[in-house]
Design a protein around this ligand. Structure first.
Ligand SMILES: Cc1ncc(COP(=O)(O)O)c(C=O)c1O
Length: 368
């Protein structure tokens, strides 16, 4: 046996090519690579180390701790943090050159107090909520926000918003949000604020809304070579950065009528080879996929037999007798196997975001 446990192979050549293709598409705009949630399950450090070698990349994370992890491991790029500002961390953010997200009047007050006390201020962007109803100043607060900024001599580096539906077929709500955002940016400029960066685009809007590009783009899912939804058409060539695989740890020939796994929902129809694969829902393997699901092996697909367990699941190989230690592909593209994570997401009625960020537990990431 050569390997034990699930493996997430990270194809760095594809990651770089995806980035180059996205850059070709968006032109000369600043690119923010979103590596939150452990780089969408790919490994934030692994991904950032590769991308930091490319010119002019800014990283975005959600939590302060995620930014610290990157800095502690030698990532010198600018890092934008999407979560709320914690006043007690402003000093540390300034020291570590993090870019903060100001989205309430309390955030501005905390930044202003720090500015008054120390004469410095960490870089920050203003986030407006234009229809996501998540973090962000309400559009009705624009006048108050900009007046506070001018009166307190604060200097936001950027202004941004986030789309709720940019990856959908019907773009009317995204267009509404974009209209709101354009008005806010205009108001800010009219108050005399000079934003270095204006940004609103995520993967969905990169594909769907070129008039929302402004001069900075935040990209997550597309960078990882996966479609944000099945409602967008892809006119940028990208390939999956992750191949999620697991080893066969046992193979047994069983007679027809053999019940497999919990609940006995799968029974063999004929004599067949049942392989045990070492990966389960505790590692991020999507449990509901067992109903229609399959894995890839030597260019063919084989049905998952019975319910996925916490650490293992079974595959019906029919007459084929794989060797213990050989790997099967769960999703991605490797060794002549190609199973799109998008297919699984659609089949089990979830999203590619949920499937990728679920990969954790004992899954080992192997950068290739
Ligand atoms: C604020 C913000 N910007 C950008 C992104 C990247 O989105 P995507 O992965 O669709 O490109 C996200 C992801 O959820 C986000 O929360």
């Amino acid at each position: 046996m050569t390997s034990i446990g699930p493996k997430a192979y990270i194809h760095t050549d594809r990651l770089k090519q995806n980035l180059w293709n996205i850059r070709r598409h968006i032109g000369d705009r600043k690119l923010v690579c979103v590596v939150k949630a452990n780089g969408y399950g790919h490994g934030a450090l692994e991904i950032s180390k590769v991308l930091s070698k490319e010119s002019g990349i800014i990283f975005a994370v959600f939590a302060f701790e995620e930014a610290i992890e990157l800095r502690d491991n030698g990532i010198d790029n600018e890092i934008l943090i999407f979560s709320r500002i914690l006043p007690e961390l402003i000093s540390k953010a300034s020291e570590l050159n993090f870019t903060l997200n100001a989205c309430t009047m309390a955030d501005l007050k905390a930044l202003s107090d720090f500015h008054v006390r120390t004469g410095t201020c960490p870089t920050f962007h203003l986030k407006f909520d234009t229809g996501m109803t998540r973090l962000g100043f309400d559009v009705s607060e624009a006048h108050k926000v900009f007046t506070f900024i001018v009166n307190n001599h604060l200097n936001p580096e950027g202004i941004y918003s986030h789309f709720a539906t940019a990856d959908e077929g019907d773009l009317s709500y995204a267009e509404f949000q974009l209209g709101q955002f354009n008005e806010i940016v205009e108001k800010g400029k009219n108050t005399g604020i000079n934003f270095k960066y204006v940004h609103c685009s995520n993967s969905g809007s990169i594909l769907n809304l070129p008039n929302a590009y402004f001069n900075m783009i935040r990209v997550g899912m597309l960078l990882y070579g996966v479609l944000p939804s099945d409602e967008v058409s892809m006119d940028i060539s990208v390939e999956p950065v992750m191949s999620f695989c697991g080893p066969i740890v046992n193979v047994r020939k069983v007679p027809a009528g053999t019940q497999v796994s919990y609940g006995g929902v799968f029974t063999t129809e004929k004599e067949t080879n049942i392989a045990v694969v070492q990966a389960g829902f505790a590692d991020g393997f999507p449990r509901p996929w067992y109903e229609e699901g399959f894995v890839g092996y030597k260019g063919q697909t084989y049905k998952i037999a019975g319910r996925v367990c916490m650490d293992q699941f079974m595959v019906d190989f029919g007459d084929v007798e794989p060797d213990e230690g050989e790997e099967v592909l769960f999703f991605g593209k490797k060794d002549g196997n190609d199973i799109a994570v998008e297919t699984i997401a659609k089949e089990i009625n979830t999203t590619t975001y949920v499937l990728l960020t679920a990969i954790h537990g004992r899954t080992e990431r192997i950068v290739i």
